[in-house]
Design a protein around this ligand. Structure first.
Ligand code: HEC
Length: 241
């Protein structure tokens, strides 16, 4: 066999083998689903916070390598997760909850890894690697790798990926009326569905605030939200067994 053909065959073998190397889809016992869903949402909130608090670094045009690596981000996220839940992810005792949280952390690391050239691009200020983008990319990876879904959904999605389904729309409408401070979950069919409200804070106004209709730094149209308005929800869908 010539070398060229051998190379092609080796590459083909890789393509064929890869799916079996992927993590199996998770399925969480019903009794643990609520804790798992809240923990997954807490991990995403931790990641959003880390990306938000490093915007100045990420958008520094004078710096190439930012050191905003998957390992660095994972450590910052684990600390933030510990602050909000009382436990670092590796310290979670329940194996199913831990698996869901670790899958979210792993997907976050991959999202950061996949965006290194964007984050480290020298000579460019605003990179557009904002919390919502981190969350969307992470959710997309997580879905493919574990079957767990995370969406940042809203009535007025800037990105059509975040468009609510019928279930999410119903809960969003309820949230808009009752303005709860915590999330809510229930079993729906073979899934556990959990939504956690997101409200407009000071830091969101530069892009989502007034004047409505004007362009923000990302070149998108400002929605004219006011402080405390419901912006949307983090939606977690877990397969249950
Ligand atoms: C630098 C501008 C900017 C800031 C600041 C910002 N956002 Fe966004 N936001 C965006 C962009 C751009 C998108 C679309 C992202 C995408 O393509 O997925 C978005 C999307 C979202 C989404 C997903 C739903 C959708 O519209 O697609 C939510 C939820 C959200 N933002 C909430 C917030 C909250 C809460 C804050 C403040 C804590 C905030 N954003 C701050 C620019 C911003």
């Amino acid at each position: 066999m010539n070398t060229r053909l051998a190379c092609h065959l080796a590459a083909l073998a890789c393509v064929l083998v890869t799916p079996s190397l992927q993590a199996a889809n998770l399925s969480i016992p019903e009794a643990k689903a609520d804790e798992a869903a809240r923990s997954v949402a807490a991990m995403l909130v931790a990641g959003r916070g880390v990306v938000a608090s490093h915007q100045k670094l990420i958008n520094d045009p004078d710096k190439g390598d930012k050191g905003f690596t998957p390992d660095y981000v994972a450590e910052q996220m684990s600390e933030a997760f510990a602050k909000s839940t009382g436990t670092r992810p590796e310290g979670i005792t329940d194996p199913d909850v831990k698996a869901a949280v670790m899958a979210t952390l792993d997907a976050s690391k991959k999202a950061i890894a996949n965006n290194q050239s964007r984050i480290n691009q020298p000579g460019k200020a605003f990179k557009g690697f904002i919390p919502a983008v981190y969350g969307r990319v992470t959710g997309n990876i997580l879905k493919g790798e574990s079957g767990v879904e995370i969406k940042q959904t809203t009535f007025e999605p800037r990105n059509s990926y975040n468009t609510p389904d019928a279930y999410e729309l119903g809960i969003l409408k309820r949230f808009a009326e009752t303005k709860p401070s915590v999330g809510t979950g229930e079993k729906v069919g073979t899934s556990y569905r959990y939504l956690q409200p997101i409200y407009i804070q000071e830091a969101c106004l530069q892009c989502h605030g007034d004047p409505k209709g004007e362009k923000d730094i990302a070149g998108k149209t400002k929605e004219g939200y006011k402080l405390g308005d419901l912006r949307g929800a983090i939606s977690v869908t877990l397969p249950v067994r």
